[in-house]
Design a protein around this ligand. Structure first.
Ligand SMILES: [Zn+2]
Length: 279
């Protein structure tokens, strides 16, 4: 008697989902058949988000921690990705249809626990070191950025991930995380169609002649960032939590100044993003 394992069943179901079950409409699942002749229109992808990280440690430790430590990610981009036949190599550590543990406690645009619904890419990068002069951040190698761009583009297309759902770990957990940091080239990726970016004309419109570093109402920025997707207080006070969230936003969209201060340029960028992605 042929016994089918759980793993075998998941393969059979994967074949059904992939439309590989043939035209007969019946798939043999061992002790029963599955009729796949009718498919509902009412479905979408379970993956809705792409989350970008840095590992903060070197290649060897990154691989050890992400495979045998407390966390994991679907993909790992090494400090200098190997090239095979002219194409860079990304490591797949967790299959895309499995949940990787990369986001932790997280929120974005009204949803929480993004591990359930995201693909995570970890990039080997030191992150930052602190000294009396402040934080020193470490740049990404062009080869890493090129691989992340190719990988992200493919994932975004396959799951139809919306631009504003391509996020930094610091966007979805701003009180705990700073990765991938202000040197991650979001603007460069946006030029290649990856992730969200505001239109310059809209930013100028919302700046409305104010100096970029002019003070802006904290309540207005809290409201705008809250509407865009960040979880933050709405009390109009520039407390520690609000400052951290504004800084996370600035790391993504205005990396030249990530102080977390509520300034006019930050407000204008947030309003331009709302106009583009939330109307
Ligand atoms: Zn992270």
């Amino acid at each position: 008697m042929r016994k089918i394992s759980i793993a075998g069943k998941s393969i059979a179901l994967a074949l059904i989902l992939a439309g590989c079950a043939g035209k007969t409409g019946l798939t043999d699942c061992g002790d029963y058949w599955v009729d796949t002749s009718v498919t509902s229109l009412n479905q979408d992808d379970r993956v809705r988000y792409l989350v970008i990280h840095y590992t903060a440690v070197d290649d060897r430790e990154s691989l050890a921690l992400l495979t045998h430590g407390a966390g994991s990610a679907h993909y790992l981009v090494s400090s200098l990705p190997p090239v095979v036949n002219g194409k860079p190599v990304a490591r797949l550590l967790v299959p895309e249809d499995k949940r990787a543990w990369h986001a932790g406690i997280s929120d974005w645009n009204g949803r929480s626990n993004l591990n359930d619904t995201s693909i995570g890419i970890e990039i080997v990068n030191t992150g930052f070191t602190e000294s009396a002069a402040g934080k020193r951040w470490y740049p990404y190698a062009p080869e890493q950025v090129e691989l992340v761009a190719r990988l992200a583009k493919d994932i975004i297309q396959r799951y139809r991930i919306k631009p504003d759902n391509v996020v930094a770990h610091s966007d979805i957990a701003p009180l705990r995380k700073s990765d991938p940091g202000p040197l991650f080239p979001w603007a460069q990726l946006a030029e290649r169609g990856i992730g969200a970016w505001p239109d310059k004309n809209a930013v100028d419109k919302y700046l409305a002649g104010r100096a970029p570093d002019a003070q802006a109402p904290v309540a207005d920025i809290q409201r705008a960032l809250g509407r865009y997707g960040y979880r933050l207080p709405q009390h109009g006070k520039a407390d520690e939590e609000t400052t951290r969230v504004i800084s996370a936003f600035q790391m993504h969209f205005r990396p030249g100044d990530i102080s977390g201060r509520a300034d006019a340029q930050t407000e204008a960028i947030a309003l331009a993003l709302l106009e583009k992605y939330r109307t």
